[in-house]
Design a protein around this ligand. Structure first.
Ligand SMILES: NC(=O)c1ccc[n+]([C@@H]2O[C@H](COP(=O)([O-])OP(=O)(O)OC[C@H]3O[C@@H](n4cnc5c(N)ncnc54)[C@H](OP(=O)(O)O)[C@@H]3O)[C@@H](O)[C@H]2O)c1
Length: 279
């Protein structure tokens, strides 16, 4: 397939391009080459390049900054996605889009299925939900993949922060009362590849495998253990670490539907993290 990837300088795109190019022809456009908020340019690019599928990795991803700049977040995560959905619909092309566990409020005690009711608790989540809605309203050929706690070589993330801090400090305080599942950009890239080869359009959840979710504290402890540092990880509560944007408390995503459709089962998060750190 010929695949157009937007947001090509981002963390996910870095690994997605590498994974997809083994089998597909990739046109990778960073913001400078294609700003997804520029409607005419989006239409023209999709028409002229004539890809078989568009994968959107472009996003406004600074969760705390979004609270102070809601219009900037909505412009990229809402209107930018609207532009892509319209342009893809115009050409009859599928759009693959990455979304987030932050479309949920985190109050559910069991895993979130793709059919659960959304209710974001921060501006970033609202803007990502706007993108999902535009896709569902404007096109019928789409793959929306919600994921969580992404880390990868192509960008700054929780793993790189903990590794850096553990070289500088004897102890790091990390929140223990927020639960979710980490996901490597390599795992997600393979998931995207498998899904876009199915033609089974819809909304899916994909994360690395945890049994019921882990806390940021658990995640940090494993990173430090596997990297051989002696830094002590100290558990704290969300209230002890106030941030501009509220976070969902429990955003454990059920990946069952994704596995049913693709036959691809997520790997254990500790194994994935170990591979990542030893690479
Ligand atoms: N990171 C996470 O923990 C996480 C969790 C769940 C879901 N997700 C979702 O996963 C996807 C990939 O995230 P990521 O971590 O790879 O994000 P990222 O590293 O922040 O990359 C996003 C890319 O989008 C580009 N971009 C921003 N505005 C643009 C525009 N108007 N037109 C074109 N490109 C634009 C950015 O360019 P600049 O560098 O020039 O700004 C950046 O290269 C996003 O949809 C995100 O919402 C992420």
């Amino acid at each position: 397939m010929k695949i157009l990837i937007t947001g090509a300088n981002g963390m996910l795109a870095h690994d997605l391009i590498a994974v997809l190019k083994e089998r597909h022809k990739i046109i990778a456009y960073a913001r400078e080459a294609l700003d997804i908020t520029a409607r005419d340019h989006v239409y023209r690019s999709v028409r002229e390049l004539s890809p078989d599928v568009v994968i959107n990795c472009a996003a406004f991803t600074q969760v705390d900054r979004a609270e102070a700049e809601p219009e900037a977040a909505l412009l990229v995560n809402g209107i930018g996605v609207q532009n892509l959905a319209l342009a893809c619909h115009d050409r009859g092309l599928p759009l693959c889009h990455i979304s987030t566990d932050y479309v949920f409020d985190g109050e559910k005690r069991s895993p979130y299925s793709p059919f659960d009711k959304t209710r974001p608790v921060n501006v970033y989540g609202e803007s990502k939900l706007a993108g999902e809605k535009y896709i569902q309203w404007l096109t019928n050929k789409f793959y929306v993949i919600r994921t969580s706690w992404l880390y990868g070589k192509g960008g700054n993330n929780f793993v790189s922060t903990i590794l850096k801090l553990s070289e500088e400090r004897p102890e790091i305080r990390v929140v223990k009362d927020q639960i979710g599942s980490p996901t490597s950009t390599v795992s997600l890239s393979h998931a995207v590849k498998n899904l876009i080869e199915t033609g089974a359009y819809g909304i899916y959840h994909f994360t690395d495998k945890t049994d019921g979710g882990i806390s940021w504290f658990d995640f940090a402890r494993e990173i430090v253990k596997l990297s051989g540092h002696n830094t002590e990880i100290v558990p704290i509560t969300t209230d002890e670490f106030p941030r501009p944007a509220r976070r969902p408390r429990r955003s454990f995503l059920d990946t069952g539907l994704f596995s049913l459709v693709t036959g691809h089962k997520p790997e254990d998060w500790q194994k994935v993290l170990k591979n990542y750190l030893s690479a």
